[in-house]
Write a protein that binds this ligand. Structure first.
Ligand code: ZN
Length: 498
């Protein structure tokens, strides 16, 4: 085979894979936004066929031969192609190592688990979910061995979401954070809380929709390439770097909820839209890892969106959207309200400071499940004990406890730590950004273009062209979680007058 011919085959293969994932995503988008309620069955049939065809296409022996041939010519490949071959070889090895029957059995299990989890959560009935969770844990331990038999199962799973990260790394990372966050939390507990009751006045959905449009404009999201929809749980979906969708969920009695969802998902969208054309329709299109993705969404949500200069910049406009609701509120009061620290039960509603503690609980539980020191039946007890220990709250039921998140029912073990890592990466990016340019002058005027340009240059443009660790290094330098701890300490010391 000629090199050029092989490269043409490589491009063709990736374009086909792109077509499958586009069809998949379009059906998902439809199902979660505008599709009528009882229409899931037909989409399920189509999705099943697509998954089977995609599997057949990618696991074919010719693909293995093509990738081996190209790997043998590595010296002759440019960075773009050698990274593609490297990534595809990794996925191919993984996929072909999992026996086809186990792969299908697992797909059926995950599908069933979603339904069982929904029902169990609604009733707060962990026992209902327990047998499914037991199977999911067993499968993931087994699959971890296929992913990387040289690693401990949980390390192999962590590596799937953030390559290069393992338990040793995370134990240290979380210990550093806990040491700094817990005393801060205690000190805040002694202080008077700001009034945030105005956030829960009546905010009509129609006005909130207009506010979302305004926020997207401030974020610099080009509406000819990025649309917003409404779903039960907000998410970002990327077709390619010219077509990204975000969603939100409006609550009439909570203006901050959708506001920060839009800014968070907007940060994910900025990343996807900022990826260079060169990697489109290849396996390198799309954000490089969950941790780096979260660093971008959380950067916009917390570091920018919950900063005083940003709130001061948008507050006059907010008052136009919500004249009665915010008539007696100042930008300063709003800033304090959306940064109120309160240990709570639900991760997705947590404030910036206690958020990492929620992640630590999940990390501990997952780790023990995968190491084998915790039985599934004891998850609720351990969960509740850790919430008491880390956050000082009593968990009244499993609905607001270990059943609250959908990750495990979706088979995602090892995902949670990327949220906390993302926050820490972001804080370090901000520090470097402040060294390079005036961040807050323009932000206080509602101009986020400099911030966006910096992130695009250091992070977004590469997509998967660089390894996650290299993207982090590019934007953060040597990773140092104490930078995040310093940021939190400074912010909340000022806010609460500690
Ligand atoms: Zn996110």
């Amino acid at each position: 085979m000629e090199l050029n011919e092989a490269l043409a085959k490589l491009a063709e293969l990736q374009k086909k894979l792109y077509a499958y994932s586009t069809a998949d995503a379009a059906l998902y988008l439809d199902g979660t936004t505008v599709a009528p309620k009882d229409t899931a069955e037909g989409r399920g049939v189509a999705l099943g066929v697509l998954a089977g065809e995609r599997h057949k296409l990618f696991s074919a022996p010719e693909v293995g031969e093509l990738l081996d041939f190209l790997w043998g010519q590595k010296e002759a490949l440019d960075q773009l192609h050698s990274r593609q071959v490297e990534e595809l070889r990794r996925s191919y090895a993984q996929l072909t190592r999992i026996p086809a029957d186990e792969y299908m059995e697992y797909a059926v299990l995950v599908n069933e688990a979603d339904d069982v989890w929904h029902r169990a959560k609604e009733r707060g009935d962990f026992e209902l979910f327990r047998p499914v969770l037991e199977k999911l844990v067993a499968f993931n331990i087994k699959f971890a061995g296929y992913y990387d038999p040289s690693k401990a199962p949980y390390d192999a799973l962590l590596n799937e979401y953030e390559r290069g990260v393992d338990m040793k790394y995370l134990d240290e990372f979380f210990a550093t954070l806990r040491e700094r966050i817990v005393p801060l939390l205690h000190a805040i507990g002694e202080k008077e809380q700001p009034d945030d009751s105005f956030l829960r006045r009546h905010y009509p959905i129609e006005a909130q929709r207009k506010f979302s449009d305004y926020l997207m404009e401030i974020l610099g999201l080009d509406r000819t390439h990025c649309a917003i929809g409404e779903t039960e749980h907000p998410y970002t979906l990327n077709f390619n770097n010219k077509d990204v969708r975000i969603t939100t969920h409006y609550h009439e009695d909570d203006v901050g909820n959708s506001m920060y969802s839009v800014i968070h998902e907007g940060g994910h969208a900025k990343y996807e839209l900022g990826i260079r054309d060169e990697v489109q329709y290849t396996c390198l299109a799309g954000g490089v890892s969950m941790g780096v993705h979260e660093s971008q969404s959380r950067f916009y949500e917390n570091l920018i969106g919950r900063s005083l200069p940003f709130i001061q910049a948008i507050f006059p406009k907010m008052k136009e959207f919500f004249p009665e609701q915010l008539a007696d509120v100042t930008a300063g009061q709003f800033y304090r309200a959306v940064n109120k620290v309160q240990p709570s039960l639900i991760r997705t509603e947590a404030d910036e400071l206690t958020y990492c503690l929620h992640i630590m609980v999940r990390y501990e539980v997952e780790k023990q499940l995968m190491v084998g020191t915790l039985a599934v039946k004891d998850v609720p007890e351990t969960w509740n004990r850790l919430y008491k220990e880390y956050l000082g709250v009593d968990v009244p039921d499993d609905k607001r406890g270990c059943l609250q998140d959908s990750h495990w029912s979706g088979g995602a073990f090892g995902y949670f730590p990327s949220y906390a890592l993302g926050s820490a990466y972001g804080a370090q990016m901000l520090k470097n950004m402040e060294r390079d340019m005036d961040v807050w002058g323009p932000v206080s005027r509602g101009d986020l273009s400099g911030v966006s340009e910096w992130l695009k240059e250091k992070v977004h443009q590469y997509g998967g062209l660089l390894e996650p660790a290299d993207v982090v290094k590019n934007a953060c330098g040597q990773f140092d979680p104490t930078v995040f701890a310093d940021y939190l300490e400074q912010k909340y010391t000022e806010l609460y007058g500690l």
